[in-house]
Design a protein around this ligand. Sequence first.
Ligand SMILES: Nc1ncnc2c1ncn2[C@@H]1O[C@H](COP(=O)(O)OP(=O)(O)OP(=O)(O)O)[C@@H](O)[C@H]1O
Ligand SMILES: [Mg+2]
Length: 164
Amino acid sequence: MPILASNSVEFISHSPEQTRRLGLRLGTLLDVADLICLAGDMGAGKTTFVQGLAQGWGSIDSVSSPTYVLVNQYRNPVHDVLHHMDCYRLMSAAEAWDLDMDVMLEQGALVIEWPDKIREVLPNECIWVELSWVDEEKRKFMFHATGRHYEELLTSFRKSAFGG
Ligand SMILES: Nc1ncnc2c1ncn2[C@@H]1O[C@H](COP(=O)(O)OP(=O)(O)OP(=O)(O)O)[C@@H](O)[C@H]1O
Ligand SMILES: [Mg+2]
């Protein structure tokens, strides 16, 4: 697992299960107002990663792809909501803003698939993940943190996922 810089981590997943475990590690660390952006082609594993993320968050709801509904909400019995947004079908970044992203971030955490489609309206700071297809069962994950808060989050994630 090469560590490229203090604000980046690369990881190769060898199975959907491993991708879910990785998501779970990050999900347990998430708090209200945290933003995670998942960029990558169709079938790269974004929704699979969110399945683990929601589990780590403590969701009592199961994850499904919000491609058509645009936003799903997963509840956590203790407190907040994890919002799962899919921008694939959005025609403009303004449409995403109309979905009240700011309110979503006040109420809970937010994870976005196809964030590259709405770059103009995204907050500057987040954890940005680039997923790419390596082969049938292998996917490459590049995690990149912007801003102090997310750099700290990524450091905790790295420790939790790799023990170092
Ligand atoms: N290592 C892996 N990690 C994640 N998914 C994998 C892996 N190996 C195989 N897969 C398979 O790849 C597919 C990933 O689908 P998924 O819906 O998560 O992709 P997506 O990035 O959300 O696509 P879309 O852009 O269409 O929403 C699943 O069928 C999953 O089982
Ligand atoms: Mg998806």
